[in-house]
Design a protein around this ligand. Structure first.
Ligand code: FAD
Length: 296
């Protein structure tokens, strides 16, 4: 379903992010878990896209599997860095052919060394390519960074760049993960001041291990880990189950507050695991996913 229709249907959007497993075992584990995700009745799910040709097909395969074999509504991520126009057009055509309605349009991370061949510099260029795609009218999502993007330390300039993306015509903004709701609420206000009125979906990722927290800090450069959260986690250094409980409970409290403040949506970075998201739903007292989403 086109995301503009989903936004009309659901008062609060819930989405789950998956990555395409690299191995047969990973694929089997995810597909066995899909019924658990279906039971939570998300508004849609999204599938990440990594650099390199092989992942391109894996994203497409998972998106097609979800669309044809489950009740989940999949939205592919697409990154443009390193791609030629012909490659992007071919990918968009493939999604048009299988009836995909929406795309999360991203630039992708710059390679650590050297420059990148390809026809695209920023996500904004990809948005134009998606709009120009013949025979389709994709709903378009973009990334937003409540705690800043490492490449643009000037936060006002960064808002200008987000505004430039939005002005090209996008339907929703999905944020980078964050642990400090105040930073998110403040950034939403800054977006409003900058004239950005696109629905914003808050990115939430429960910490389940201390090593995982370190990886998140690396991947989501700039994300702040509040002292209170760190203190609660470090209390249980070697006790894996307690660390997980603290991380999931923090994320659940974030979600409860976001819902109290009428957030337009919550996007769970699931890492292909359903249990943390299920626990968060339970803690929100949700009798069913659709009731949690609400209607207008
Ligand atoms: P852009 O909007 O192009 O911005 C990139 C940087 O360039 C920013 O610092 C911005 O301020 C700056 N900029 C933009 N326009 C200009 C301009 N005109 N002049 C100068 N500077 C400019 N990565 C993947 O590889 N695969 C995924 O599936 C994936 N999914 C993601 C999902 C979400 C929800 C989020 C938040 C991130 C995801 N990423 C993914 C990571 C993302 O690709 C990187 O964070 C990337 O560095 C930024 O992408 P962007 O789309 O925000 O880029």
């Amino acid at each position: 379903m086109h995301v503009s229709e989903i936004l009309k249907r659901d008062k609060t959007l819930f989405s789950f992010e998956f990555f395409p497993p690299k191995t047969e075992k990973g694929w089997e584990a995810l597909t066995n878990r899909l019924s658990d995700f279906e039971a939570l009745e998300p508004s849609f799910v999204s599938v990440t896209y990594g650099a390199g040709g092989s992942t391109r097909t894996k994203t497409h395969d998972l998106v097609c599997y979800l669309a044809s074999k489950t009740t989940l509504d999949p939205i592919p991520h697409l990154t443009c860095i390193g791609h030629t126009r012909q490659e992007i057009d071919a990918i968009l055509q493939e999604y048009t052919d299988v009836g995909i309605d929406n795309i999360l349009a991203l630039r992708g991370d710059m390679p650590i060394e050297g420059c990148c061949d390809g026809d695209y510099t920023y996500a904004a260029d990809l948005i134009d390519a998606i709009h120009a795609c013949k025979g389709a009218s994709f709903g378009i999502g973009v990334a937003g960074f409540p705690e800043g993007h490492p490449e643009t330390p000037n936060r006002l300039t960064q808002l200008d760049h987000l505004k430039a993306k939005v002005d090209r015509g996008v339907d929703w903004i999905c944020t980078q993960l964050f642990f400090d709701n105040n930073a998110f609420f403040d950034w939403c206000e800054q977006c409003e001041l900058a004239g950005i009125n696109t629905p914003i979906i808050a990115g939430i990722m429960p910490i389940t291990t201390l090593a995982g927290m370190r990886r998140m800090a690396e991947l989501a450069g700039g994300a702040n880990f509040p002292a209170t959260l760190q203190r609660r986690l470090y209390r249980f250094q070697d006790d894996l189950e307690s660390v997980r409980k603290v991380g999931v409970s923090w994320a659940a409290q974030q979600c409860a507050e976001l819902l109290d403040r009428d957030v337009r949506g919550i996007h769970f970075y699931t890492m292909n695991q359903s249990s943390a998201t299920e626990e968060i739903y339970q803690s929100l007292g949700a009798p069913s996913g659709s009731q949690l989403r609400g209607t207008h």
